[in-house]
Design a binder for this molecule. Structure first.
Ligand code: UTP
Length: 476
């Protein structure tokens, strides 16, 4: 079997002929796989990305004077604001009860920083129960569905790397009681050499491919289902889902399908909404939601010029304070519009990474230093394309503690502590006293299953009078 002459010609024209260098050594099955991987690369697009993001530094950032703080629905301070949030929660609850709300969980990332074998969603994170991230998320949906007596369909995005393991995990756990869950696979992009822009081979018969970023969600939702069946978007439309709650797998505190957030989104007639928290330091690793020429936009923390990132209001608060926690609501029709029109494609960003690859002598090398550029799309780049939007502040201590690293910041230790602290405060709101250390943290692990209580109000209605909490506790 020799490589297709047309494919060889195309690769040569794009300077990627080396991808077939080891062809002579490969068995037929390996050749077929390599040919399929290579043929799937959009070489014209790759040329553009290499020119913009490898040979040049990408799109220049907007000049400082055009970047302004964005309008945000702040945390309620007054009775009037609290009433408005309760009214919005009613609107959101009605949407859920009408069966118009679905949930998208993105879990296609490689989780390299955590360094855990297997999909990140299978990481045991419950501070007492060791429940996995997937279990905690799924049980919140089951509980919310019971509360509103309506199925809330869940769409889980995987990558080719972790798809089967994810599906198997849900199956082995009887889908955690979910009534409707569908898995869909995101696309991949080739990694290129940082110096030359040439596509790397992971093995002699494999291109170095990696998931195309959480922005790949949009195209993956629009892609045909298995065997050419309906796409997720088609199915959502068929089910009557109008509003989609989007979140990422690594934050166990997320309030899935938060009715108040959905209600605020609907009341604003928004196509896309964001939850934000107040950034605590200029260098904090959160995308910054800003306004550029009166359009909303997210600027990556690493792209924000230091003087702009650290500019403060007279009272000391950061001027560009709104940090995205990657919790969104999107209208289904907005995603349909973006995916139906090539001029609305999300841009790619570059990520400089260390990627093992086959060198010119045919050996697999693992470089010490970052040697490669990966191309990723980010979901937040959809925001400027929304005709209307809503940005809503939340309190990070109640809704944001992502699991990113094995140790240090955003690691199992910090997530366990934050979860225990949050459950302690629910108990306190229900009238139970819980010991606290001098810094306010609780000295032992506390966990409440979403199936026992989804929030402090529900906990209050279930708690036994006279409950004493003086040691690790798991309510389920
Ligand atoms: P991160 O940006 O933290 O990336 O993803 P990651 O791949 O999980 O982890 P590192 O950077 O390799 O350590 C944030 C969220 O977006 C999802 C992840 O699964 C996580 O929920 N994601 C990320 C995808 O679904 N696909 C991607 O291509 C990238």
């Amino acid at each position: 079997m020799s490589p297709d002459a047309e494919l060889i010609g195309r690769l040569e024209r794009h300077g990627q002929g080396h991808l077939l260098r080891w062809w002579g050594e490969l068995a037929n099955a390996q050749r077929a796989r390599l040919a399929a991987e290579v043929a799937a690369i959009d070489l014209d697009q790759l040329d553009r990305l290499v020119a913009e993001l490898v040979r040049a530094d990408g799109t220049p950032a907007a000049p400082d004077e055009r970047v302004r703080p964005i309008d945000v629905v702040r945390l309620p301070q007054t009775d009037g604001e609290r009433v408005a949030i309760r009214r919005a929660a009613g609107v959101g609850a009605d949407a859920i009860a009408a069966g118009e709300v679905g949930v998208i969980l993105v879990a296609g990332g490689s989780g390299t920083r955590l360094g855990f074998e297997g999909p990140k969603g299978t990481f045991p994170i419950g501070p007492v129960s060791s429940a996995t991230l997937f279990q905690i998320h799924a049980e919140k949906i089951v509980a919310l569905s019971r509360r509103h007596r309506k199925t809330i369909p869940l769409y889980v995005m995987t990558s080719p790397e972790n798809h089967q393991a994810t599906v198997d995990f849900f199956q082995a756990n009887s889908r955690f009681g979910l009534e409707h869950v569908r898995f869909f696979v995101q696309g991949q992009m080739p990694a290129v050499d940082r110096a030359t822009g040439k596509v790397l081979l992971a093995m002699k018969d494999r291109v170095a491919l990696s998931p195309d970023g959480h922005g790949g969600t949009l195209a993956a939702l629009a892609a045909p289902g298995p065997g050419g069946g309906p796409s997720c978007l088609d199915e959502m439309s068929e089910l009557g889902l109008r509003t989609l709650f989007y979140f990422q797998v690594d934050n166990p505190l997320v309030r899935i399908a938060d009715p108040a957030f959905i209600g605020l989104h609907r009341e604003a007639g928004a196509e896309m909404s964001f939850k934000v928290v107040e950034r605590t330091a200029p260098g904090e690793k959160l995308g910054v939601v800003v306004s550029v020429d009166d359009r909303p936009q997210v600027i990556e923390y690493s792209d924000l010029p230091p003087d702009l990132a650290s500019r403060r209001e007279p009272e000391g608060r950061l001027e560009l304070w709104a940090g995205s926690i990657a919790v969104h609501v999107l209208e289904r029709t907005f995603i349909e519009r973006l995916t139906g029109d090539a001029s609305h494609r999300l841009p790619f960003h570059r990520a400089i990474k260390t990627v093992s690859h086959v060198d010119e002598n045919g050996r697999i090398v693992k470089p010490e230093e970052p040697n490669a550029v990966k191309f990723e799309q980010f979901i937040f780049d959809a925001l400027p394309m929304a005709s209307r939007w809503n940005i809503v502040e939340t309190d990070r201590t109640v809704e944001f503690e992502p699991l990113k690293n094995a140790v240090g910041l955003d690691s199992p230790a910090t997530v366990h502590q934050r979860m225990s602290d949050q459950f302690a405060s629910w108990l306190e709101q229900a009238g139970v006293s819980v010991p606290r250390r001098g810094d306010g943290s609780v000295p032992f692990s506390i966990e409440i299953s979403p199936l026992f209580a989804l929030d402090s109000a529900e906990l209050k209605s279930k708690i036994e009078p006279g409950l004493v909490v003086d040691r690790p506790m798991y309510l389920r």
